[in-house]
Ligand binder design. Structure first.
Ligand SMILES: Cc1cc2nc3c(=O)[nH]c(=O)nc-3n(C[C@H](O)[C@H](O)[C@H](O)COP(=O)(O)OP(=O)(O)OC[C@H]3O[C@@H](n4cnc5c(N)ncnc54)[C@H](O)[C@@H]3O)c2cc1C
Length: 387
Protein backbone atom coordinates (compact mmCIF):
# COMPACT_ATOMS: atom_id res chain seq x y z
CA UNK A 1 0.00 0.00 0.00
CA UNK A 2 1.38 3.42 -0.97
CA UNK A 3 0.45 6.05 1.62
CA UNK A 4 2.33 8.91 -0.05
CA UNK A 5 0.63 11.65 -2.03
CA UNK A 6 1.70 12.00 -5.68
CA UNK A 7 3.84 14.92 -6.93
CA UNK A 8 0.75 16.46 -8.54
CA UNK A 9 -1.21 16.15 -5.28
CA UNK A 10 1.64 17.73 -3.33
CA UNK A 11 1.71 20.61 -5.84
CA UNK A 12 -2.03 21.04 -5.28
CA UNK A 13 -1.41 21.09 -1.52
CA UNK A 14 1.12 23.91 -2.00
CA UNK A 15 -1.43 25.88 -4.02
CA UNK A 16 -4.07 25.50 -1.27
CA UNK A 17 -1.55 26.40 1.45
CA UNK A 18 -0.39 29.50 -0.43
CA UNK A 19 -3.97 30.70 -0.82
CA UNK A 20 -4.68 30.16 2.88
CA UNK A 21 -1.44 31.92 3.86
CA UNK A 22 -2.54 34.94 1.83
CA UNK A 23 -6.08 35.16 3.32
CA UNK A 24 -7.26 35.83 6.83
CA UNK A 25 -9.28 32.98 8.28
CA UNK A 26 -12.30 33.87 10.46
CA UNK A 27 -11.94 33.72 14.22
CA UNK A 28 -13.54 30.79 16.10
CA UNK A 29 -16.96 31.55 17.63
CA UNK A 30 -16.67 33.85 20.61
CA UNK A 31 -19.54 34.31 23.03
CA UNK A 32 -23.00 33.59 21.76
CA UNK A 33 -23.35 36.02 18.86
CA UNK A 34 -24.10 33.31 16.34
CA UNK A 35 -25.61 35.73 13.77
CA UNK A 36 -22.39 37.62 13.14
CA UNK A 37 -20.36 34.43 13.28
CA UNK A 38 -22.59 32.83 10.63
CA UNK A 39 -22.33 35.99 8.50
CA UNK A 40 -18.52 35.85 8.67
CA UNK A 41 -18.54 32.15 7.87
CA UNK A 42 -20.73 32.71 4.80
CA UNK A 43 -18.32 35.34 3.52
CA UNK A 44 -15.43 33.00 4.19
CA UNK A 45 -17.05 30.11 2.33
CA UNK A 46 -17.89 32.43 -0.60
CA UNK A 47 -14.21 33.47 -0.75
CA UNK A 48 -13.07 29.84 -0.64
CA UNK A 49 -15.57 28.91 -3.35
CA UNK A 50 -14.39 31.88 -5.43
CA UNK A 51 -10.91 30.31 -5.36
CA UNK A 52 -12.55 26.94 -6.19
CA UNK A 53 -11.47 25.47 -2.89
CA UNK A 54 -14.83 24.06 -1.80
CA UNK A 55 -16.02 20.76 -3.26
CA UNK A 56 -12.93 20.40 -5.44
CA UNK A 57 -14.13 16.87 -6.29
CA UNK A 58 -17.49 18.17 -7.55
CA UNK A 59 -18.08 18.56 -11.33
CA UNK A 60 -16.91 21.86 -12.80
CA UNK A 61 -20.48 22.64 -13.89
CA UNK A 62 -21.44 23.07 -10.22
CA UNK A 63 -18.41 25.06 -9.08
CA UNK A 64 -16.01 22.20 -8.39
CA UNK A 65 -12.80 21.33 -10.19
CA UNK A 66 -13.67 17.76 -11.16
CA UNK A 67 -10.73 16.53 -9.04
CA UNK A 68 -10.60 13.44 -6.81
CA UNK A 69 -11.56 12.67 -3.23
CA UNK A 70 -7.83 12.77 -2.43
CA UNK A 71 -7.73 16.43 -3.44
CA UNK A 72 -10.74 17.10 -1.24
CA UNK A 73 -8.94 15.32 1.60
CA UNK A 74 -5.91 17.58 1.08
CA UNK A 75 -8.06 20.73 1.17
CA UNK A 76 -9.63 19.61 4.47
CA UNK A 77 -6.20 18.93 5.95
CA UNK A 78 -4.90 22.34 4.89
CA UNK A 79 -7.96 24.20 6.17
CA UNK A 80 -7.55 22.56 9.57
CA UNK A 81 -3.81 23.25 9.57
CA UNK A 82 -4.55 26.94 8.94
CA UNK A 83 -6.99 26.92 11.92
CA UNK A 84 -9.85 27.70 9.53
CA UNK A 85 -13.30 26.90 10.93
CA UNK A 86 -15.52 24.28 9.37
CA UNK A 87 -17.46 25.63 6.40
CA UNK A 88 -20.93 26.88 7.28
CA UNK A 89 -22.81 25.05 4.50
CA UNK A 90 -21.34 21.68 5.40
CA UNK A 91 -24.73 19.95 5.31
CA UNK A 92 -25.16 21.23 1.76
CA UNK A 93 -21.63 20.40 0.65
CA UNK A 94 -21.10 17.09 2.43
CA UNK A 95 -24.59 15.59 2.50
CA UNK A 96 -27.05 17.24 0.11
CA UNK A 97 -24.60 17.74 -2.77
CA UNK A 98 -23.51 14.09 -3.07
CA UNK A 99 -27.13 12.95 -2.63
CA UNK A 100 -28.43 15.30 -5.34
CA UNK A 101 -25.61 14.26 -7.67
CA UNK A 102 -26.54 10.62 -7.22
CA UNK A 103 -30.34 10.73 -7.00
CA UNK A 104 -31.49 14.18 -8.19
CA UNK A 105 -33.06 14.87 -11.58
CA UNK A 106 -31.22 17.20 -13.98
CA UNK A 107 -33.71 19.96 -13.08
CA UNK A 108 -33.15 19.46 -9.34
CA UNK A 109 -29.37 19.48 -9.77
CA UNK A 110 -29.59 22.62 -11.88
CA UNK A 111 -31.82 24.33 -9.29
CA UNK A 112 -30.00 23.47 -6.08
CA UNK A 113 -26.37 22.56 -6.68
CA UNK A 114 -25.05 26.00 -7.76
CA UNK A 115 -26.04 27.69 -4.47
CA UNK A 116 -24.30 25.13 -2.26
CA UNK A 117 -20.54 25.68 -2.70
CA UNK A 118 -20.58 29.51 -2.41
CA UNK A 119 -23.07 29.27 0.52
CA UNK A 120 -25.56 31.56 -1.19
CA UNK A 121 -28.20 29.03 -0.09
CA UNK A 122 -27.69 27.23 3.23
CA UNK A 123 -29.18 23.80 3.90
CA UNK A 124 -30.33 21.92 6.96
CA UNK A 125 -30.98 18.24 7.50
CA UNK A 126 -34.48 17.45 8.80
CA UNK A 127 -34.15 13.78 9.72
CA UNK A 128 -34.25 13.38 13.55
CA UNK A 129 -37.47 13.66 15.53
CA UNK A 130 -38.17 13.62 19.28
CA UNK A 131 -38.92 9.88 19.07
CA UNK A 132 -36.82 8.96 16.05
CA UNK A 133 -33.05 9.37 16.28
CA UNK A 134 -31.07 6.14 16.14
CA UNK A 135 -34.23 4.39 14.99
CA UNK A 136 -34.75 6.91 12.23
CA UNK A 137 -37.13 4.68 10.26
CA UNK A 138 -39.76 5.12 12.98
CA UNK A 139 -40.16 8.81 12.08
CA UNK A 140 -43.72 10.16 12.27
CA UNK A 141 -43.70 13.39 10.22
CA UNK A 142 -46.16 12.85 7.38
CA UNK A 143 -46.29 14.11 3.80
CA UNK A 144 -49.81 13.69 2.42
CA UNK A 145 -50.29 13.72 -1.35
CA UNK A 146 -52.64 16.44 -2.64
CA UNK A 147 -52.59 16.55 -6.44
CA UNK A 148 -49.12 17.65 -7.53
CA UNK A 149 -48.09 18.62 -4.01
CA UNK A 150 -47.43 17.15 -0.56
CA UNK A 151 -48.79 18.62 2.66
CA UNK A 152 -46.27 18.09 5.47
CA UNK A 153 -47.04 17.91 9.20
CA UNK A 154 -44.79 16.96 12.10
CA UNK A 155 -41.83 17.96 14.22
CA UNK A 156 -38.09 17.64 13.68
CA UNK A 157 -35.37 18.28 16.24
CA UNK A 158 -31.60 18.84 16.59
CA UNK A 159 -31.68 20.48 13.14
CA UNK A 160 -28.29 22.21 12.91
CA UNK A 161 -28.34 25.75 11.47
CA UNK A 162 -32.04 25.41 10.49
CA UNK A 163 -32.55 29.04 11.59
CA UNK A 164 -30.24 30.14 8.74
CA UNK A 165 -31.24 27.55 6.14
CA UNK A 166 -32.94 28.38 2.85
CA UNK A 167 -33.70 24.71 2.12
CA UNK A 168 -34.38 21.68 4.28
CA UNK A 169 -33.66 18.10 3.27
CA UNK A 170 -36.61 16.31 4.88
CA UNK A 171 -37.55 12.69 5.48
CA UNK A 172 -41.30 12.20 5.87
CA UNK A 173 -43.72 9.29 5.89
CA UNK A 174 -45.75 8.98 2.67
CA UNK A 175 -47.23 5.54 3.35
CA UNK A 176 -48.27 4.77 6.92
CA UNK A 177 -49.38 1.24 6.07
CA UNK A 178 -46.05 0.07 4.59
CA UNK A 179 -43.26 -1.39 6.77
CA UNK A 180 -41.40 1.53 8.38
CA UNK A 181 -38.43 1.67 5.97
CA UNK A 182 -40.66 1.38 2.89
CA UNK A 183 -43.08 4.24 3.53
CA UNK A 184 -40.62 7.15 3.67
CA UNK A 185 -39.90 9.79 1.01
CA UNK A 186 -37.13 12.39 0.74
CA UNK A 187 -38.36 15.94 0.06
CA UNK A 188 -36.72 19.32 -0.25
CA UNK A 189 -38.67 21.94 1.65
CA UNK A 190 -38.52 25.71 1.43
CA UNK A 191 -37.60 26.85 4.95
CA UNK A 192 -39.35 30.19 4.25
CA UNK A 193 -42.66 28.52 3.35
CA UNK A 194 -45.78 29.21 5.48
CA UNK A 195 -46.11 26.64 8.29
CA UNK A 196 -42.36 26.25 8.95
CA UNK A 197 -41.45 27.38 12.47
CA UNK A 198 -37.86 27.16 13.73
CA UNK A 199 -37.08 27.40 17.45
CA UNK A 200 -33.40 27.44 18.46
CA UNK A 201 -32.19 25.20 21.29
CA UNK A 202 -29.30 26.21 23.55
CA UNK A 203 -26.42 23.77 23.90
CA UNK A 204 -24.19 23.54 26.95
CA UNK A 205 -21.53 25.59 25.14
CA UNK A 206 -24.06 28.45 25.26
CA UNK A 207 -24.41 28.43 21.46
CA UNK A 208 -27.71 27.86 19.68
CA UNK A 209 -26.50 25.82 16.76
CA UNK A 210 -29.39 23.38 16.53
CA UNK A 211 -33.16 23.78 16.56
CA UNK A 212 -36.61 22.33 16.82
CA UNK A 213 -38.53 22.63 13.55
CA UNK A 214 -42.33 22.51 13.58
CA UNK A 215 -44.08 21.78 10.28
CA UNK A 216 -47.78 22.63 10.04
CA UNK A 217 -49.54 22.07 6.70
CA UNK A 218 -46.39 22.98 4.77
CA UNK A 219 -46.99 22.65 1.03
CA UNK A 220 -44.15 21.06 -0.95
CA UNK A 221 -44.14 20.69 -4.75
CA UNK A 222 -44.11 17.06 -5.96
CA UNK A 223 -41.13 18.07 -8.14
CA UNK A 224 -39.15 18.62 -4.93
CA UNK A 225 -39.16 14.92 -4.08
CA UNK A 226 -35.80 13.17 -4.45
CA UNK A 227 -36.16 9.76 -6.09
CA UNK A 228 -39.39 7.80 -6.20
CA UNK A 229 -42.19 8.08 -3.67
CA UNK A 230 -41.55 5.75 -0.70
CA UNK A 231 -37.93 5.24 -1.78
CA UNK A 232 -36.57 7.83 0.68
CA UNK A 233 -34.78 5.30 2.85
CA UNK A 234 -32.46 4.36 -0.03
CA UNK A 235 -31.77 8.05 -0.73
CA UNK A 236 -31.07 8.71 2.98
CA UNK A 237 -28.63 5.77 3.09
CA UNK A 238 -26.45 7.56 0.53
CA UNK A 239 -26.58 10.68 2.68
CA UNK A 240 -25.74 8.91 5.93
CA UNK A 241 -22.69 7.15 4.50
CA UNK A 242 -21.35 10.55 3.42
CA UNK A 243 -22.12 11.98 6.87
CA UNK A 244 -19.58 9.58 8.44
CA UNK A 245 -17.07 9.59 5.57
CA UNK A 246 -13.43 10.41 6.10
CA UNK A 247 -12.36 12.98 8.69
CA UNK A 248 -9.13 14.65 7.59
CA UNK A 249 -10.18 17.76 9.47
CA UNK A 250 -10.48 15.89 12.76
CA UNK A 251 -7.12 14.26 12.08
CA UNK A 252 -5.33 17.58 11.86
CA UNK A 253 -7.35 19.26 14.63
CA UNK A 254 -6.47 16.46 17.06
CA UNK A 255 -2.82 16.29 16.00
CA UNK A 256 -2.65 20.01 16.89
CA UNK A 257 -4.52 19.34 20.13
CA UNK A 258 -1.89 16.76 21.05
CA UNK A 259 0.77 19.49 20.70
CA UNK A 260 -1.27 21.65 23.09
CA UNK A 261 -1.55 18.76 25.55
CA UNK A 262 2.21 18.17 25.45
CA UNK A 263 2.89 21.89 26.04
CA UNK A 264 0.43 21.87 28.92
CA UNK A 265 2.01 18.81 30.50
CA UNK A 266 5.42 20.51 30.27
CA UNK A 267 4.28 23.88 31.64
CA UNK A 268 2.20 22.42 34.44
CA UNK A 269 5.06 19.99 35.22
CA UNK A 270 2.69 17.06 35.33
CA UNK A 271 5.38 14.40 34.92
CA UNK A 272 3.03 11.77 36.17
CA UNK A 273 3.37 8.21 34.77
CA UNK A 274 -0.40 7.95 34.29
CA UNK A 275 -0.49 11.24 32.38
CA UNK A 276 2.43 10.02 30.27
CA UNK A 277 0.44 6.90 29.43
CA UNK A 278 -2.57 8.99 28.40
CA UNK A 279 -0.37 11.18 26.20
CA UNK A 280 1.21 8.11 24.62
CA UNK A 281 -2.25 6.71 23.96
CA UNK A 282 -3.33 9.99 22.34
CA UNK A 283 -0.26 9.86 20.09
CA UNK A 284 -0.96 6.22 19.12
CA UNK A 285 -4.66 6.98 18.55
CA UNK A 286 -3.78 9.70 16.05
CA UNK A 287 -1.53 7.32 14.10
CA UNK A 288 -4.26 4.64 14.05
CA UNK A 289 -6.88 7.22 13.08
CA UNK A 290 -4.71 8.35 10.16
CA UNK A 291 -4.68 4.79 8.82
CA UNK A 292 -8.45 4.37 9.26
CA UNK A 293 -8.90 7.56 7.25
CA UNK A 294 -6.70 6.27 4.45
CA UNK A 295 -8.59 2.98 4.38
CA UNK A 296 -11.92 4.79 4.04
CA UNK A 297 -10.43 7.06 1.39
CA UNK A 298 -9.43 3.92 -0.54
CA UNK A 299 -13.05 2.67 -0.32
CA UNK A 300 -14.36 6.00 -1.61
CA UNK A 301 -11.92 6.04 -4.52
CA UNK A 302 -12.91 2.49 -5.46
CA UNK A 303 -16.68 2.61 -4.92
CA UNK A 304 -17.52 6.32 -5.31
CA UNK A 305 -18.94 6.52 -1.78
CA UNK A 306 -17.81 5.64 1.73
CA UNK A 307 -18.86 2.15 2.84
CA UNK A 308 -19.48 0.81 6.37
CA UNK A 309 -15.77 1.39 7.08
CA UNK A 310 -16.68 5.06 7.55
CA UNK A 311 -18.36 4.03 10.83
CA UNK A 312 -14.94 3.02 12.19
CA UNK A 313 -13.60 6.49 11.38
CA UNK A 314 -16.53 8.25 13.08
CA UNK A 315 -16.50 5.97 16.13
CA UNK A 316 -12.74 6.23 16.53
CA UNK A 317 -12.30 9.99 16.27
CA UNK A 318 -15.33 10.90 18.40
CA UNK A 319 -14.19 8.77 21.35
CA UNK A 320 -10.53 9.78 20.91
CA UNK A 321 -11.61 13.40 20.90
CA UNK A 322 -13.44 13.14 24.21
CA UNK A 323 -10.47 11.42 25.88
CA UNK A 324 -8.08 14.11 24.61
CA UNK A 325 -10.26 17.08 25.59
CA UNK A 326 -10.91 15.61 29.02
CA UNK A 327 -7.17 15.17 29.51
CA UNK A 328 -6.53 18.76 28.40
CA UNK A 329 -8.97 20.21 30.91
CA UNK A 330 -7.50 18.03 33.67
CA UNK A 331 -3.98 19.15 32.77
CA UNK A 332 -4.96 22.82 32.70
CA UNK A 333 -6.78 22.50 36.03
CA UNK A 334 -9.20 25.12 37.39
CA UNK A 335 -7.39 27.87 35.46
CA UNK A 336 -8.96 26.52 32.25
CA UNK A 337 -12.38 27.50 33.61
CA UNK A 338 -11.38 30.67 35.44
CA UNK A 339 -9.27 32.34 32.78
CA UNK A 340 -8.46 30.24 29.73
CA UNK A 341 -5.79 32.69 28.53
CA UNK A 342 -3.59 32.14 31.58
CA UNK A 343 -2.76 28.63 30.40
CA UNK A 344 -2.77 29.40 26.69
CA UNK A 345 -5.58 27.01 25.91
CA UNK A 346 -8.32 29.33 24.83
CA UNK A 347 -11.32 27.31 23.73
CA UNK A 348 -10.28 24.13 25.55
CA UNK A 349 -13.27 24.12 27.88
CA UNK A 350 -15.68 25.15 25.13
CA UNK A 351 -14.34 22.39 22.89
CA UNK A 352 -14.44 19.83 25.71
CA UNK A 353 -18.14 20.66 26.13
CA UNK A 354 -18.79 20.75 22.37
CA UNK A 355 -17.18 17.38 21.66
CA UNK A 356 -19.48 15.62 24.16
CA UNK A 357 -21.92 15.73 21.22
CA UNK A 358 -19.49 13.97 18.88
CA UNK A 359 -20.49 10.49 20.08
CA UNK A 360 -24.15 11.39 19.38
CA UNK A 361 -24.36 13.34 16.10
CA UNK A 362 -24.08 11.49 12.78
CA UNK A 363 -25.03 8.29 14.62
CA UNK A 364 -24.17 7.40 18.22
CA UNK A 365 -21.21 5.20 19.16
CA UNK A 366 -23.58 2.29 19.86
CA UNK A 367 -25.13 2.66 16.41
CA UNK A 368 -21.69 2.78 14.76
CA UNK A 369 -20.74 -0.42 16.61
CA UNK A 370 -23.92 -2.08 15.31
CA UNK A 371 -23.07 -1.01 11.74
CA UNK A 372 -19.50 -2.29 12.05
CA UNK A 373 -20.69 -5.57 13.57
CA UNK A 374 -23.39 -6.22 11.00
CA UNK A 375 -21.98 -4.74 7.80
CA UNK A 376 -18.20 -4.96 8.17
CA UNK A 377 -17.78 -8.05 10.36
CA UNK A 378 -20.87 -9.92 9.12
CA UNK A 379 -22.14 -10.63 12.64
CA UNK A 380 -25.84 -11.49 13.12
CA UNK A 381 -28.18 -8.51 13.04
CA UNK A 382 -29.35 -7.11 16.37
CA UNK A 383 -32.84 -8.37 17.25
CA UNK A 384 -35.59 -5.98 16.16
CA UNK A 385 -38.46 -5.14 18.54
CA UNK A 386 -41.49 -7.42 17.94
CA UNK A 387 -43.99 -4.56 17.53
C1 LIG B 1 -24.71 18.54 17.90
C2 LIG B 1 -25.77 17.74 17.21
C3 LIG B 1 -26.19 18.11 15.94
C4 LIG B 1 -27.18 17.37 15.29
N1 LIG B 1 -27.61 17.80 14.06
C5 LIG B 1 -28.62 17.14 13.45
C6 LIG B 1 -29.15 17.64 12.21
O1 LIG B 1 -28.69 18.67 11.67
N2 LIG B 1 -30.18 16.99 11.65
C7 LIG B 1 -30.73 15.85 12.20
O2 LIG B 1 -31.65 15.29 11.62
N3 LIG B 1 -30.26 15.35 13.39
C8 LIG B 1 -29.21 15.98 14.02
N4 LIG B 1 -28.74 15.51 15.22
C9 LIG B 1 -29.43 14.38 15.85
C10 LIG B 1 -28.64 13.09 15.88
O3 LIG B 1 -28.60 12.48 14.62
C11 LIG B 1 -29.33 12.19 16.93
O4 LIG B 1 -29.15 12.81 18.19
C12 LIG B 1 -28.76 10.80 16.96
O5 LIG B 1 -29.10 10.10 15.79
C13 LIG B 1 -29.24 10.01 18.19
O6 LIG B 1 -30.62 10.03 18.29
P1 LIG B 1 -31.34 10.46 19.67
O7 LIG B 1 -30.73 11.73 20.13
O8 LIG B 1 -32.80 10.42 19.42
O9 LIG B 1 -30.94 9.32 20.71
P2 LIG B 1 -31.59 7.83 20.84
O10 LIG B 1 -31.66 7.23 19.49
O11 LIG B 1 -32.85 7.99 21.62
O12 LIG B 1 -30.50 7.11 21.67
C14 LIG B 1 -30.44 7.15 23.10
C15 LIG B 1 -29.36 6.16 23.55
O13 LIG B 1 -29.76 4.81 23.17
C16 LIG B 1 -28.72 4.20 22.42
N5 LIG B 1 -29.30 3.34 21.38
C17 LIG B 1 -30.33 3.65 20.55
N6 LIG B 1 -30.55 2.62 19.71
C18 LIG B 1 -29.65 1.66 20.00
C19 LIG B 1 -29.40 0.36 19.47
N7 LIG B 1 -30.11 -0.13 18.44
N8 LIG B 1 -28.39 -0.36 20.00
C20 LIG B 1 -27.65 0.13 21.05
N9 LIG B 1 -27.87 1.36 21.60
C21 LIG B 1 -28.86 2.12 21.08
C22 LIG B 1 -27.98 5.36 21.78
O14 LIG B 1 -26.66 4.99 21.41
C23 LIG B 1 -28.01 6.41 22.88
O15 LIG B 1 -26.98 6.18 23.81
C24 LIG B 1 -27.75 16.22 15.90
C25 LIG B 1 -27.31 15.82 17.17
C26 LIG B 1 -26.34 16.57 17.83
C27 LIG B 1 -25.92 16.12 19.20
Amino acid sequence: MDLAFSAEEEAFRREVRAWLDAHRVPEPPSGTDLDSHVRALREWQAALAGAKLVGVHWPEAYGGRGLTWIHNFIVQEELARAHAPEIINRIGVNLVGPTLQEHGTAAQQHRWLPGILPATELWCQLFSEPDAGSDLASLKTTARREGDTYVVNGQKVWSSYAQYARWGYLLARTDSDAPTHKGISALVIDMHAPGVEVRPLRQMTGEEEFNEVFLSDVVVEGASRLGAENDGWRIASTTLSHERGTSPRQLVVHAMLLDTLLDLARTTARDDPLIRQELARAYSDIQVFRLHNFRTLTDVLRDGQPGPQSSVVKLFWSEMSQRMHDLGVRLAGPAAYADPDTVGVEGLVRNMLYYRAATIFAGTSEVQRNVIGERSLGLPREPRPLS
